[in-house]
Design a protein around this ligand. Structure first.
Ligand code: ZN
Ligand code: ZN
Length: 362
């Protein structure tokens, strides 16, 4: 893989000029990882037009050398990362106005900016690095695709073992073990396994509920590979599906297919959302689809862009988004089908290639 970090840092420097700031202090760990490759949990990065400073603590002494190398000037700080920044600031000249990431700074740390250390003027910034992260390069798309393949393999294995009498937590355990066996580094979010009436709760976590014959079973989870996440949902029936289950499923399946096929870079987020929503509304289930159609995906499981009713922002070319229509009926259950889609220049590419037909398992 080519080293994309210098180009990313160069693009960020252009953004600093546009934002009229001399430097930016980066505290978001996914943003740090995107720019430098560092995968640890303690880092503060200062980007200026000339330099890149990386401050971490002694636990990461070896790791930062391996992952960041000579891309940045590395400082290992014994006390706190902020003390490291103040010490550094004393030796820097030519910086007057410095930005900080206002979405990723604790209020406690913000107060330190105002009271401690430097004579810089601080300017809150949002989305400078996130905006760059929205457009995925070929390597990033390949990593998300790989994370999707891991998730699909784990799902196949799990569906082969699901049966009445297991709890949702049992199923989550089988799935998470399979994800680890596939090489998933982590679980991007708490695995959702929702059965029977609990499938009507869009964000139910796995519970002790015992799965019964005839249940809908909704599974929403992801894998993580080299930092990049996948996010997939399938809904199956335990045993033969009823007519009603099949009817609801068919609507969600159609909505998923239409949106996955038609979503394009350059569309407004709300228009993408409408691709699936209109179809569901026309079939009388508009009120039962209470969440947005999807979200961007990458180093974080929720990132730019958003596909939702109120979003007028355009979907960026090269972004990877989820398409996840659902229908939820309290007391009855729910169906969601979620895929990850790359908005390539030539049109959408589905990265999670696993059947969307209604599976009757066990
Ligand atoms: Zn999901
Ligand atoms: Zn999702």
């Amino acid at each position: 893989m080519a080293d994309r970090r210098p180009a990313r840092i160069a693009a960020l420097r252009d953004s600093l000029i546009a934002a009229h700031i001399d430097g930016l202090v980066i505290t978001s760990l996914p943003n740090v990882r995107y720019l430098t490759g560092f995968s640890g949990s303690s880092a503060l990065v200062l980007v200026t037009q000339r330099d890149l400073y990386f401050i971490t603590d002694f636990r990461y002494d070896t790791q930062v050398g391996e992952e960041v190398g000579d891309l940045a000037t590395i400082r290992i700080e014994q006390q706190s990362l902020w003390t490291g920044l103040w010490n550094l600031a004393g030796s820097l000249s030519g910086l007057e106005v410095v930005g900080f990431e206002s979405s990723h700074l604790l209020h406690r740390d913000f107060q330190r900016l105002l009271t401690d250390g430097t004579r810089w003027q601080w300017r809150p910034q949002v989305n400078l690095v996130e905006a760059l992260r929205e457009k995925k390069d070929a390597d990033e798309v390949a990593l998300i695709r790989k994370a999707g393949e891991m998730a699909i393999s784990a799902l196949k294995k799990t569906l082969g073992e699901v049966r009445p009498g297991l709890t949702e937590l049992n199923v989550a355990g089988i799935l998470e073990k399979a994800l680890r066996d596939q090489g998933s580094e982590d679980f991007p979010f708490a695995t959702i396994v929702a059965s029977g009436p609990r499938a009507a709760l869009p964000h139910a976590r796995a519970s002790t509920r015992v799965i019964e014959h005839g249940d809908l079973l909704l599974v929403d989870f992801g894998a993580q590979y080299k930092g990049y996440c996948s996010d997939i949902t399938r809904t199956v029936v335990i045993g033969p599906a009823s007519e009603e289950q099949r009817a609801v499923y068919d609507i969600v399946q159609q909505a998923n297919a239409m949106a996955s096929k038609s979503v394009r870079a350059g569309m407004k987020g709300q228009d993408a959302d409408g691709l699936a929503r209109r179809y569901i509304e026309d079939r009388g289930y508009g009120d039962a689809f209470g969440h947005s159609l999807g979200h961007g995906l990458g180093l974080e499981v929720h990132e730019a862009p958003r596909l939702a009713k109120s979003v007028e922002t355009l979907l960026g070319e090269g972004s990877v988004v989820t398409i996840e229509p659902g229908i939820y009926r309290p007391g009855w259950g729910g169906v969601r089908i979620e895929d990850d889609v790359h908005l390539a220049p030539g049109g959408p590419e589905i990265l999670t290639d696993f059947t969307r037909e209604l599976l009757e398992v066990a």
